[in-house]
Design a protein around this ligand. Structure first.
Ligand code: FES
Length: 173
């Protein structure tokens, strides 16, 4: 029997629930895993999760839409979050922003057409004395300069390698 993408997603969510728990306390851990792997949490995934945890899909949707790290919009494999809070702002955030936009050809809130990079703003990351600060997926970069932006993006591109298009999951080394 052929498995569709939806079957695969449902199967994956079932195994996540088996591992992480099948009550409402497992909701966020499951959502984080789905987002990490699929870069989006669509309405079908929310329905499957709701059914498994015995809660209403509206509850799942409200959690997804509340947390910026979740969200039902599709994101790139690398989500770059630049701190826009005052200390980083005063330490050159705008120059870093311009460099990111120039290098990637997109604005903040957008994803590159190849689905590799998303640019977003974030608020204070607790690295105010080492700004401008920036997160790439779960990895933090401090004292980011326009020159450092090139290196960071090159590092991301190297992670893709020749088989990049075939992999759904990208993990920083
Ligand atoms: S203001 Fe940017 S990390 Fe605190």
């Amino acid at each position: 029997m052929l498995m569709t993408e939806r079957d695969r997603l449902a199967e994956e969510i079932r195994s996540l629930a088996a591992r992480l728990g099948q009550d409402r306390t497992s909701l966020i851990p499951i959502l984080l895993e789905v987002k990490r792997k699929y870069h989006t949490i669509d309405s079908y995934a929310m329905q499957v999760i709701a059914d498994l945890l015995g809660i209403h899909p509206v509850e799942v949707n409200s959690v997804v839409s509340f947390y910026a790290f979740l969200g039902d919009h599709r994101q790139g494999k690398f989500v770059i979050r630049l701190c826009r809070t005052i200390s980083c702002d005063m330490q050159g955030k705008s120059r870093v922003k311009r460099q990111l936009e120039n290098d990637l050809g997109i604005g903040f809130g957008e994803t590159t057409p190849d689905g590799k990079f998303t640019l977003e703003y974030a608020n204070c990351m607790g690295m105010c004395d080492q700004g401008p600060a920036m997160l790439v997926n779960d990895r933090i970069y401090t004292r980011v300069t326009p020159e450092k932006v090139h290196e960071i993006l090159e590092e991301c591109r190297r992670v893709f390698g020749v088989h990049a298009a075939e992999t759904k999951e990208v993990v920083f080394k």
